[in-house]
Design a protein around this ligand. Sequence first.
Ligand SMILES: [Zn+2]
Ligand SMILES: [Zn+2]
Length: 171
Amino acid sequence: MELDISSIRYTEGASFQTTISKNCPPFEWAGEEIRFDQPVTAKLELTNTGKLILAEGHIETVLVVACSRCLELFNLALKVPFRMGYTEHQEQGAASPDEDLEVRLFSGDVIDVTPDVEETILLSLPMKSLCSQDCRGLCAQCGQNLNVQACDCEQDQIDPRLAVLRDFIKK
Ligand SMILES: [Zn+2]
Ligand SMILES: [Zn+2]
C-alpha cells in the first residue's frame, strides 16, 4: 500500500485524498488463522503540515473469524480510524507537538503504509467476537451447536420446577 506523495512533498498546507486497496494474505492471531474476505481498503487524506506528512482517515475490511461461543466462521466487518505522521527527519519525529500522533520515518516520494495499516487492524481485533449478540453457543455436554438445533442434554439441566411444568404440558 504505497502512497505517492510527490505532489505535496514540498508544499506546506497541500493535501490530497486517496483510496488504496490491497489483497492481504491470511495471518495468525491468538493461535488461529484469520482470512480476509475482502481486500483491505484505506481511505486517507494526506496533508503536508510543514512538520510532517499527516495521513488520516480509516481502514475497512471484512475478516473471516471464528465465533467465540459456537466456533462457526463468520464475516466480521471492520472499520477503524487511522492516523499516522510520516517524516523524513528523525529529529522532527521526536519533536512532534502532538503526543498522541505516532510518527514514522520515510524517504523519497513514496510512503509505504502497509505495516502501519496491518498493525492498526491487529490492534482493533476484538478479544471475543460473536457471530451474533444472542449466539446460543455449543452445548457443554454434547457439543451440539445450539443455534442450529437444540439437543437432548438440555432436559437434564432444566430447572426442576420447570420440569414439572414440562411434564404437565406433555400430558
Ligand atoms: Zn456464534
Ligand atoms: Zn447437548
